[in-house]
Write a protein that binds this ligand. Structure first.
Ligand code: ACM
Ligand code: ZN
Length: 511
């Protein structure tokens, strides 16, 4: 049997040779302009190690590969040549610090581990109904009021503490620098125009009704959203985006756009006036209008905008906006709104078409993060390592799409929503090694992926991961037996109670 070399993600090509390289043998670096961006060659010989690359990212990834080998072979690495480059350029991981705050050191541990598995974008979800978590000089009430919560009640767990938790701008800069050193770009997300209760608690005049709200203390989808009719809202968002653009120097900016019930907009004179003035067919097109204006602002600052799939339902987004799919199956109950959309003759506008394939056809780039293959806060027995690893890197309903259009799928993401994750140990335990499975799904070319082989390499790398992530569970917990699965699923089901599930389904109808 061919020897399995414990490297994750699996490199493009490994040629094992005779001999062993002692770990104190010299390491040298050679530039090779012909190697692709992020690609590298590592040559391990009896005399030492040579890493070749065309640029900094490639050298960095060559070194990351070497670190895995050094950990697993402390007495000397078998001689081999590794030639490697990623399949997808956008390999992302996500952390929600709005539902629960995690100290900077914990974020650094997650980031450091992500870099070790060659993930290169950190999608930082720092604003939601339950908290705004970044200090703002432009709008200080965001962190003074929007980051403060009088207790919370997520799932069945009640917490009576008042918590006032946010990242200072100095901490944000420190984190940007920490990521930069690890070839990771932070992609900041302000989730708008929905999921904004914390923003509205600070600045209530930005909603349609102007009603004073409290920061949300439980999970859910909330009806009050930013008004798309009032110019004050655009002025607020432009200034806030400008401030965030100076904090986050990367190329991408996430504007959220998921789960935005349109009840308030449909009843709001300002929103209705905007729809009439801009000849917008409905409130979904109004969301497209708002997103396009903000994306134009970000473009003028040199940024690309990313949004969740619901923001595309108005069918009027500018095509340079990237669509991140968290659900795109027309049969998925949470996308009933899409499958019900009809033209003036009563015919479905997107017969049997997923939103992803529709957006690809229109020219958008797409990121894949389908719930069942990417939501790593779900139980291990539900979003399994195998699901993550083997999920198709194409959106639903793409059978007849030309191959070159599929190159608009630029990558994907693994996520941890944190309504029910309250501390760093739980975060690490739930995210890893599922984040490593996503890293391989995005780095390793299709024909080379092999789940059985991945499982073997992953288990061998347990000591390596344990050093980076003290909270990670034992390999047994990654593949729960039927009793452990049943327990996990019971906790999951009780957190996401029947009430919440039906509330989500109803709200999604209004999206
Ligand atoms: C999402 O899960 N609402 C993006
Ligand atoms: Zn309004």
């Amino acid at each position: 049997m061919k020897k399995i070399v414990p490297i994750v993600p699996m490199p493009q090509k490994i040629t094992v040779c005779d001999g062993v390289c002692g770990n104190d043998n010299p390491l040298s670096w050679q530039e090779d302009a012909d190697l692709p961006n992020e690609g590298y060659i590592v040559q391990i010989t009896k005399k030492g190690v040579i890493i070749q690359a065309s640029g900094k990212a490639g050298f960095f990834y060559g070194q990351k590969t070497l670190e895995q080998l050094r950990c697993i072979y402390p007495n000397g690495i078998p001689c081999m040549k590794i030639e490697d480059a990623p399949a997808y350029p956008y390999r992302s991981f996500h952390i929600d610090t709005a539902r629960h705050y995690f100290p900077l050191d914990e974020l650094k541990r997650m980031i450091n581990a992500a870099a070790a598995f060659k993930l290169n974008h950190f999608h930082w979800h720092f604003s939601d109904d339950q908290g705004w978590r970044i200090e703002s000089m432009a709008y200080p009430l965001l962190h003074e009021l929007g980051a403060k919560r009088d207790g919370d009640f997520f799932g069945k767990t009640k917490n009576n503490r008042t918590e006032h938790l946010y990242y200072t701008q100095e901490e944000v800069k420190e984190l940007v620098h920490y990521c930069d050193e690890r070839h990771i770009e932070i992609v900041p997300e302000i989730d708008i125009p929905g999921h904004v209760t914390a923003i509205l608690a600070a600045y209530p005049h930005l909603s349609c009704t102007g009603k004073q709200l409290e920061v949300a203390t439980s999970a859910g989808i909330f009806p009050d959203i930013l008004c798309a009719g009032k110019e004050d809202v655009f002025a607020f968002l432009f200034e806030l985006l400008d401030e965030l653009c100076t904090l986050f120097p990367g190329k991408f900016f996430h504007l959220g756009g998921d789960e935005t019930p349109k009840t308030r907009w449909n009843a709001c004179p300002d929103c209705r006036q905007r729809m009439a003035a801009e000849s917008l067919a409905d409130s979904r097109a109004l969301q497209g209008y708002l997103t396009n204006r903000l994306a134009a602002h970000l473009r003028s600052r040199g940024k690309r905008t990313i949004v969740w799939n619901e923001a595309a339902l108005g069918d009027n987004l500018d095509t340079d906006i990237i669509i991140q799919l968290w659900n795109d199956d027309p049969k998925d109950p949470s996308l009933r709104a899409l499958s019900r959309q009809k033209d003036e003759n009563g015919k479905p506008t997107s017969p049997n078409q997923g939103i992803g394939s529709r957006m690809l056809r229109k020219g958008h780039e797409v990121l894949l993060s389908n719930m069942l293959s990417s939501y790593c806060d779900y139980p291990y027995s539900y979003v399994t390592l195998k699901n993550i690893y083997t999920w198709d890197m194409i959106p639903q309903k793409c059978e007849d799409i030309p191959k070159e259009v599929l190159t608009q799928v630029i990558g994907g993401e693994c996520l941890c929503w944190t309504e029910y994750i309250r501390d760093g140990v739980s975060l690490e335990r739930t995210a890893w090694p599922r984040y490593a499975a996503k890293a391989e799904a995005l780095w390793t070319a299709e024909g080379q992926k092999n789940f059985k082989n991945f499982k073997i390499r992953l288990k061998k790398l347990y000591p390596f991961m344990k050093e980076l992530l003290p909270g990670i569970g034992y390999p047994g917990s990654w593949f729960p037996n039927p009793i452990a699965s049943a327990k996990e699923m019971m906790v999951f089901a009780s957190n996401i109670s029947g009430n919440i599930r039906s509330e989500y389904a109803d709200a999604q109808d209004e999206v």
